[in-house]
Design a protein around this ligand. Sequence first.
Ligand SMILES: Nc1ncnc2c1ncn2[C@@H]1O[C@H](COP(=O)(O)OP(=O)(O)OP(=O)(O)O)[C@@H](O)[C@H]1O
Ligand SMILES: [Mg+2]
Length: 233
Amino acid sequence: MLKVSGIHSYYGQAHILSDVSIEVNAGEVVVLLGRNGAGKSTTLKSIIGLVRPKAGTIEFQGQRIEKLAPFRIARMGLGYVPEERRIFTDLTVLENLEVGRQAPRAGAPTWDFTRIGELFPNLREMPQRPGGRMSGGEQQMLTIARTLMGNPLCVLLDEPSEGVAPVIVDQMAEAIRGLKKAGVAILLSEQNLHFAMDVADRAYIIEKGAIRFSGTMEQLRANAEVQAQYLAV
Ligand SMILES: Nc1ncnc2c1ncn2[C@@H]1O[C@H](COP(=O)(O)OP(=O)(O)OP(=O)(O)O)[C@@H](O)[C@H]1O
Ligand SMILES: [Mg+2]
């Protein structure tokens, strides 16, 4: 589905990502774990085209995308939910969702308000609520839901559990499992190992812009040394 091979990314002269390779197969939930400043967001931005890798290749559905504009990559069915929530505060929940709507896509589930409500019960209760009058967690859910309205095959989620209340974190985990069940592949970035354990099939650990570990959640769970060295546990 998604294959990142040996990418190097820079901000100006600063060499941020070094030889990063990540694969996400159809139907998989993969987590990119790492501490603050490790390079998680830069990796996701490089995949979606907001940061241009200077070397390496990125394939989505067998097509090279590392030189395409972000909107073209999105139209191929690769959704992206940035760290900072980007909802329209003056628009209602329903209107925010309409903004994200794209045509149905072969091989991907098609989303509407009813189906979104099954994934995010909170949103079902507030179709007419303006975005600006929602909690941070609800806004986070709406941001994800709006990306789903583009009927993606795969979604990049940048720290979905960050800064949201514990009860919302549980709902977010449930939603990610629901997304997987619906057949959407997911690459998420996280610092929260427990959240990652709850939702992911496989993990990569990034530190100082390089991948230091790759394995199943079981392998990571059993590896206290790697956890202690690279994660805040
Ligand atoms: N726009 C930018 N210009 C210059 N340097 C940047 C920029 N954005 C990030 N960096 C630097 O790149 C490195 C990786 O940052 P990145 O945002 O990818 O980390 P992260 O793993 O997402 O961290 P966090 O958990 O805090 O979100 C950091 O050293 C950061 O300071
Ligand atoms: Mg980040």
